[in-house]
Design a protein around this ligand. Structure first.
Ligand code: SAM
Ligand code: FES
Length: 345
C-alpha cells in the first residue's frame, strides 16, 4: 500500500509518514488524487456552499515584532489606526446588509483594547446582530481574558500556531515569543468552548517539509474547527523584505491534505493565496477550501493593514468585495451563502 492509499484510508498519519506524503507535492497524479478526494469530502459535508466571514481589521498597532509581519512594532513607516466601537459597528452594519453572518475582529496585539473595552465591543455586536457569530483574532491572551471574551459572547477564535517546530518558531519571532505559549492559548481556547482556528504560513524563511509534517501532526492532535493556511509573502519593511514568497502549489496541496485529515474543518481560501495568484482563491476552493474572508474594514484604513506587499482588495468598498467574490465563487461552481457557517462538530 502506498502512503497515498494509507492516508486516503485512515485520514491520519505519523510525522514520518506525513513527510513522505509531502514529498509528493509536485507529483501531478498525487495532487489530482488528493484534491479530488478533498473536494468529495467537502461536498459530502457542506455541498457547494462557500461560507463568508466579514473581516474587520480594527487596529494595526501591535506590541509584537514578528519578523515576517508588516504591522510589527518596529515598522515606523506605516500610519497606525484604531477603530472605535461605533466604527466597528458601522462595518458590521454594512456587512450584515451584504449578507455576512460572521464578523471577524482582527488586529495586532494592541494594549489600548483592554479586556473590558474588548468585552464591551463584543457585547455591542452581539446585541445589535444576535444572529451573527463573532470571531476574534487578537493574539495571545490569558485564560481569564479569553474567558471574559467568551462570556461577552465571542464564538470563535483564530490564532495560527505559525509553526509547530520550536527552533523554526524561534527563528521567526523575537525571544519573548514562545511556541509553548501559543500552544497553551489554543488549548485554553478549546477548553473555554470556542470554535478554534490554528494554522500556519507556507514558505517563510527556513521552513522545510519536515516542519510542515510537524504542523500536520499538531493539527491532527489539536483537531481545530478552522485552519488558516496561506503563503508567506514578504513585506518591504520587515526583516524578510528580500526573501522569496511561499509556493501557491504547496499551499494548495496542504489545503487538500488538511481537508482529508479533518473532513468537517472550516478552511479558508486566504487573501494571501489570492495575492500570489489572480485566481488563487478559486484554486483554493478547488483544493478543498470552503470559506472566504472578504474585507469589511473602512477603505481609508485598508492599506495601513498591510501584512505583506501587494495585498489585494485594499481599494474596494465592502459592497464591491462582496459582489466580486460572489461572481468569482459562482463562476467556480460554488454558492456564497448567508449563514453563520459553524463547523459541523
Ligand atoms: N495579532 C493576531 C495574531 O497574532 O494572531 C492577528 C493578526 S496576524 C497579522 C494574522 C496572521 O497574518 C498571522 O497569524 C500570520 O500567519 C499572517 N501573516 C503575517 N505576516 C504575513 C506575511 N508576511 N505573509 C503572509 N501572512 C502573514
Ligand atoms: Fe503583531 Fe503581526 S506582529 S500582528
Amino acid at each position: 500500500m502506498t502512503i497515498i492509499d494509507k492516508f486516503m484510508r485512515q485520514h491520519s498519519l505519523t510525522e514520518d509518514e506525513y513527510l513522505e506524503l509531502l514529498q509528493h507535492w509536485q507529483d501531478g497524479d498525487v495532487v489530482k488524487r488528493l484534491s479530488e478526494e478533498a473536494v468529495k469530502l467537502r461536498k459530502q459535508h457542506y455541498g457547494d456552499k462557500v461560507f463568508t466571514r466579514g473581516l474587520i481589521e480594527f487596529t494595526n498597532y501591535c506590541r509584537n515584532n514578528c519578523y515576517y509581519c508588516g504591522i510589527r512594532r518596529d515598522n515606523r513607516n506605516i500610519g497606525r489606526y484604531r477603530l472605535d466601537c461605533g466604527e466597528i459597528l458601522e462595518c458590521c452594519r454594512d456587512g450584515y446588509a451584504l449578507g455576512y453572518r460572521t464578523f471577524v475582529l482582527q488586529g495586532g496585539e494592541d494594549p489600548y483594547y483592554t479586556d473590558s473595552r474588548m468585552a464591551e465591543i463584543i457585547r455591542e455586536i452581539k446585541k445589535n446582530f444576535p444572529d451573527c457569530a463573532v470571531t476574534l483574532s487578537i493574539g495571545e491572551k490569558s485564560y481569564e481574558s479569553y474567558k471574559l471574551f467568551r462570556e461577552a459572547g465571542a464564538d470563535r477564535y483564530l490564532l495560527r500556531h505559525e509553526t509547530a517546530d520550536d527552533s523554526l518558531y524561534s527563528s521567526l519571532h523575537p525571544d519573548e515569543m514562545k511556541l509553548e505559549t501559543r500552544r497553551q492559548c489554543l488549548y485554553d481556547l478549546k477548553k473555554l468552548g470556542y470554535q478554534v482556528g490554528a494554522g500556519f504560513m507556507v514558505g517563510p524563511p527556513g521552513q522545510k517539509l519536515e516542519h510542515l509534517a510537524k504542523d500536520l501532526v499538531f493539527l491532527q492532535e489539536l483537531h481545530p474547527q478552522m485552519v488558516g493556511i496561506g503563503p508567506f509573502i514578504p513585506h518591504h519593511d520587515t526583516v524578510y523584505a528580500d526573501k522569496e514568497a511561499g509556493s501557491v502549489e504547496l499551499t494548495l496541496f496542504l489545503l487538500s491534505v488538511v481537508r482529508i485529515m479533518l473532513p468537517k474543518v472550516m478552511l479558508p481560501a486566504t487573501t494571501a493565496l489570492g495575492t500570489m495568484d489572480p485566481v488563487g482563491r478559486e484554486k483554493g476552493l478547488n483544493a478543498g477550501a470552503n470559506v472566504v474572508m472578504p474585507n469589511l474594514s473602512p477603505v481609508k484604513n485598508r492599506k495601513m493593514y498591510e501584512l505583506y506587499d501587494n495585498k489585494i482588495c485594499t481599494g474596494e468598498e465592502a459592497a464591491e468585495c462582496r459582489g466580486c467574490l460572489g461572481m468569482r465563487v459562482e463562476a467556480a461552481g460554488y454558492r456564497l451563502v448567508e449563514e453563520r457557517g459553524d463547523a459541523l462538530e
